[in-house]
Design a protein around this ligand. Structure first.
Ligand SMILES: Cc1cc2nc3c(=O)[nH]c(=O)nc-3n(C[C@H](O)[C@H](O)[C@H](O)COP(=O)(O)O)c2cc1C
Length: 326
């Protein structure tokens, strides 16, 4: 029988299947259920920089005179004032006492600030690692890509300097030079990466002629872009890579591991079908490994990364031309 044990940024996991940051982790019962179903770890839903900044300011002042410095947060995140970061930390402390699988805290941030102290608090609350989601929409035409990258690297090093647990960066595919950014992120202190963050766009509703916010769940077809970059970075970097997006079956998990991932996160599939899917993905992965004669995850991990495939250009422009001409 295939052994699903693996490691990720120094954590020992009984399975590479990790529950991604999402509302699944808002209930302790869910975390207990995915632990029972065999998940390797759980990423707790994010603590947002805006939540912390709203709390650390005098809210009254921010709502009146200071609001022009903070307009987006105050307009679009009114609910965040009621979901305070202190409650988030206390909730993790409580969860930590009830489950024994590794818990990964998630910080969703875009610039350096005092909020970094919360990285330390997540660690003290019992998080075994931190995942840093650097989501930002860069709309300023005066801001250069190097300024954007410097800012992101500063966030990584400030979080890394604040904690002793491993820091994992949840990457976006929208960097001009992703391989270069990833290398510099390692220099800034990233212990590993998760590829990729998945974005939700405002939806234009033609009936009401307004914008709405809609969560559209992923499909397995979306795994090809993260898998391509995992295959590329796996050959370049010494740090661990985890996959996120489109894991709905054991074969999706196997595909990512073949590309070089040490772990695979799943969120959409659990939100759609319930926590039991963790058990199914684990058993499908184990069955697939048995059918191929693989005894462990390391036995086949990276077999299709960019240094191991027979065609050295398989992940580069040549593949695009080949696909279009075929
Ligand atoms: C409802 C919902 C809430 C999410 N919340 C977070 C979050 O708090 N922080 C975060 O980094 N990612 C969040 N994500 C993104 C997931 O962690 C994951 O990266 C993404 O959904 C792709 O994985 P999937 O294809 O398995 O859904 C959320 C996703 C969904 C669907």
């Amino acid at each position: 029988m295939a052994d699903l044990k693996t490691t990720f940024v120094g954590l020992s996991l009984r399975s590479p299947v990790i529950v991604g940051a999402s509302p699944i982790s808002r209930r302790i019962e869910n975390i207990q259920a995915v632990e029972e179903a065999g998940a390797g770890a759980v990423v707790i839903y994010s603590l947002f920089q805006e939540q912390i900044e709203i709390e650390t300011r005098d809210v009254d002042e921010a709502l009146s005179v200071g609001s022009e410095t903070f307009p987006e947060a105050l307009t679009y995140f009114p609910k965040l004032q009621h979901a305070g970061p202190k409650e988030h930390v206390m909730w993790i402390e409580k969860t930590r006492k009830r489950v024994s699988i590794p818990l990964i805290g998630s910080l969703n941030a875009y610039s350096v600030g005092n909020w970094v102290n919360y990285a330390k608090q997540l660690e003290s609350a019992g998080c075994d690692a931190l995942e840093l989601n650097l989501y930002a929409v860069q709309t300023d035409p005066q801001k250069t890509s190097s300024a954007v990258e410097e800012e992101a690297l500063a966030v990584i090093s400030s979080v890394k300097n604040a904690v002793n647990v491993p820091v994992v960066v949840k990457l976006s595919p929208f960097y001009t030079a992703l391989a270069n950014f990833a290398r510099r992120a390692v220099e800034a202190g990233a212990d590993g990466f998760v590829l990729f963050n998945r974005f939700y766009q405002p939806v234009v509703d033609v009936e009401t002629e307004s914008l709405s916010t809609k969560i559209i769940y992923s499909s397995p077809n979306e795994r090809h872009l993260p898998a391509r970059w995992i295959a590329i970075l796996s050959a370049q970097l010494e740090v661990d890579l985890g996959a996120s997006t489109g894991v709905h079956s054991g074969k999706d998990a196997a595909a990512y591991i073949l590309a070089g991932a040490k772990t695979v996160q799943t969120a959409s599939c659990i939100l759609q079908r319930g926590v039991e899917v963790v058990k199914r993905i684990n058993s499908e992965l184990a069955d697939w490994m048995d059918s191929k004669g693989y005894e462990s995850v390391e036995h086949f991990r990276g077999k299709l990364d960019s240094k191991s495939v027979s065609d050295p250009f398989a992940f580069e422009r040549a593949h695009y031309i080949k696909a279009l001409l075929s």
